[in-house]
Design a binder for this molecule. Structure first.
Ligand code: SAM
Length: 441
């Protein structure tokens, strides 16, 4: 018999065969036009040949929805993956969004690779894939470990990468121009005015000095010391340092040190949206303050556990939004103001209302993960690799969060462990801290 791809029977149709005859054969009853009743047996049903119009309904189930605006139904990806690959094959989706392709590939026993430019996409996918792993584990089925890699700061490379074939003098001039362009771009997205004649400062905003951190290095304590020195020399009392990466534990230690010197030091992340022209034009680029994480540990015999005890954020969106003027009736808008997420709304009579959505520090945390032995493995670039050995996160269905890990063994002959904790906040920004733990301390 010739084989061809068939439309799978929908759950709704399958459900109609709810009766069984004396041999256990499933059937449904139907009425013939002449008024007599007949049986239609399930195993007599001829499969319907697949057509070039696929009727796959939108995601109906609350369970499947992950809250990503362009999420596709798993049924659609299931059909595509089944039709185009076999078990053990490698499936890739370079625009993975919420990770539908990857989730289905994992469930169907395929290997997978996913990429996306958006941090919210990566974060949504990470949680989804952990969910799939847990589901498969519960069902006693095999599942794969996975790693999230940051393929580097390639948007930034545009500003530092040089043509290797050009002459040295040309390269220097080119590099200087690119650095100037980069600083100009960041200052304009931050609504700061450029300044000259300083050793560290690049701009000025609302009475504070602004420093644009390096393109391809993290802002470290040495740089901050230089900045504080110049602040002191020039009697500057407020400075905003903008950076792509900050050395771990700069916040809050260096901020406290600055406060003791009478300087208000704000450390802010440069968001990748600064490279998106449309986002800059629409004023959607938010430079969030670097949050800090506090953790604690407990010892029990040869084991230890990690507790998340604080996650402090000082986010402010820096917009000119005035609810009474800018909101239409029956509309609402979520705004971040002075470390709080606030929902403003206007009722049918034009009265504005507000509701604070973040009441406790834990409301900011969407996900946190622990690597109990952070310094065991380095990447080719020489950085340590964070391994998600344990994690707790909120899902659309389950909003709860565990704040302490189970106890883990120190391990034979190990006197100490360096533990790293990563927190991803509700906006998808991640921050990390680490701590050395000694056996018996
Ligand atoms: C339509 S969505 C994919 C939705 C996905 N199929 C799902 O079910 O959730 C497209 C995704 O492509 C990503 N994207 C757009 N341009 C990209 C690029 N140049 N490289 C990587 N990802 C990109 C977006 O961030 C977005 O998440």
């Amino acid at each position: 018999m010739k084989k061809y791809a068939c439309e799978p029977m929908t759950a709704k149709t399958r459900k109609k065969f709810s009766m069984k005859d004396e041999h256990g054969r499933e059937y449904k009853r139907y009425k013939h036009p002449d008024g007599t009743y007949h049986r239609q047996y399930l195993d007599d049903m001829r499969p319907m040949r697949i057509r070039d119009v696929w009727e796959i309904s939108t995601i109906q189930s609350w369970n499947e929805k992950v809250g990503y605006p362009t999420q596709k139904p798993e049924a659609l990806l299931e059909r595509i993956i089944k039709a185009s690959s076999n078990e053990g094959d490698l499936v890739a989706d370079f625009f993975c969004g919420s990770g539908t392709t990857l989730a289905v590939a994992e469930k169907l026993g395929r290997k997978w690779i996913g990429t996306d430019l958006g941090k919210f996409a990566i974060h949504t996918t990470r949680k989804r894939m952990i969910g799939v792993q847990r589901e498969l584990k519960q069902e006693g089925k095999p599942y794969r470990a996975f790693e999230i890699l940051n393929l580097g700061h390639y948007e930034r490379q545009h500003y530092v990468g040089l043509d290797p074939d050009s002459r040295h003098g040309q390269q220097v001039a080119e590099l200087e121009k690119r650095e100037r362009d980069f600083v100009e771009l960041i200052l304009s997205a931050y609504h700061a005015q450029p300044v000259t004649g300083f050793q560290n400062f690049h701009g000025k905003k609302a009475g504070r000095m602004v420093v644009v951190g390096p393109v391809n290095y993290q802002v470290d304590s040495y740089m901050i010391d230089e900045i504080l020195l110049e602040c002191k020399k020039r009697r500057i009392t407020g400075v905003d340092v903008l950076g792509f990466d900050f050395e771990m534990s700069l916040a809050p230690a260096k901020q406290e040190e600055a406060r003791d010197k009478g300087i208000d030091l704000s450390l802010r992340n440069i968001p990748r949206e600064v490279f998106d022209k449309r986002a800059v034009e629409r004023d959607q680029v938010v430079f969030y303050e670097v949050p800090y994480i506090e953790i604690d540990h407990s010892l029990k015999g040869d084991t230890f556990s990690i507790k998340l005890t604080d996650f402090a954020v000082f986010y402010s969106q820096d917009t000119d939004f005035i609810p009474a003027e800018d909101l239409k009736n029956k509309r609402s808008k979520v705004v971040v103001e002075k470390g709080k997420v606030i929902e403003y709304s206007k009722d049918t009579n034009g009265h504005t209302h507000h509701k604070v959505l973040t009441k406790k520090w834990t409301d900011w945390v969407d996900y946190w993960a622990v690597d109990f032995d952070y310094e065991r493995r380095k990447s080719r670039g020489g950085d340590f690799i964070f391994e998600n050995e344990w994690q707790s996160f909120r899902t659309k269905r389950d909003r709860s969060l565990e704040l302490e890990t189970p106890f883990v063994e120190f391990g034979k002959d190990r006197r100490e462990r360096t533990v790293a904790v990563k927190v991803v906040d509700i906006f998808g920004n991640d921050t990390m801290t680490k701590r050395k733990i000694w056996r018996g301390s």
